[in-house]
Design a protein around this ligand. Structure first.
Ligand code: ATP
Ligand code: MG
Length: 201
């Protein structure tokens, strides 16, 4: 039987924006995934000391952004686990939950791909899943260097994918909201409405 192909899109999603959605869709389409799970982190290990919006708000915004896509859904697996959210723990838990009949494709933006070497248990994580790293013409070399860094395992398990990676970040969006500038078309309308209603950022 062919394995189910599951995409994993981890992030802080503070807030989720079209940059996230566009790379998830590109990987979904190119790798013929059955499903993409968006997983908001509880306490992002790469951002110690940085203030983030409460996990429940980030979860709701991620649901609002993905609800219209038949194959996108949101998992609260990291929010239910206390302490920092290590992807290694998450992928192991998903493997236990979903069994061996699944193949995992962890989706990364270029900035996250460049940091892969610093991830907790990254070597073991590479045994558990594939990584698909979004690249643009200007970032291909950086991602190739990361692949080199992991040798044969990197070649086998880390896959660059040229995507329309947009120059958008959550940090930038929070700044725009604080400055009273427009974020229209940078994030889904429902997410923008939710931010306004809850007075986030
Ligand atoms: P922040 O500015 O707070 O770091 P962010 O916009 O980078 O937020 P994250 O939640 O940190 O968003 O990122 C989650 C994942 O999405 C990471 O793999 C990151 O590389 C990727 N990503 C973020 N922004 C983009 C973008 N514009 N295009 C493609 N991928 C992105
Ligand atoms: Mg980031």
């Amino acid at each position: 039987m062919e394995k189910r192909r599951i995409g994993i899109m981890g992030g802080t999603f503070d807030p989720i924006h079209i940059g996230h959605l566009v790379i998830a869709e590109a990987v979904y389409e190119t790798y013929r995934l059955d499903k993409v799970l968006f997983i908001p982190a509880s306490a992002p290990p790469h951002k110690p000391g940085v203030k983030v919006a409460p996990a429940l708000h980030r979860y709701v915004m991620t649901v609002l952004a993905t609800v219209g896509h038949p194959a996108f859904s949101v998992s609260d697996i990291e929010m239910r686990r206390p302490g920092p959210s290590y992807s290694y723990d998450t992928v192991r838990a998903l493997r236990q939950e979903m069994g061996e009949a699944c193949e995992f494709f962890f989706i990364l933006g270029t900035d996250a791909a460049k940091e892969l070497g610093t991830w907790n248990n990254v070597d073991e994580l590479l045994d558990l899943c594939h990584f698909v790293a979004a690249t643009r013409p200007g970032t291909q070399r950086a991602v190739d260097e990361v692949i080199q860094q992991f040798g044969a395992k990197g070649q086998a398990k880390i896959h660059p994918l040229s995507t329309p990676e947009l120059a958008i970040s959550s940090t930038d969006i929070r700044g725009r909201i604080q400055a009273g500038q427009s974020v229209r078309f940078i994030l889904p309308e429902q997410v923008e409405a939710y931010i306004k209603k809850e007075g986030l950022y």
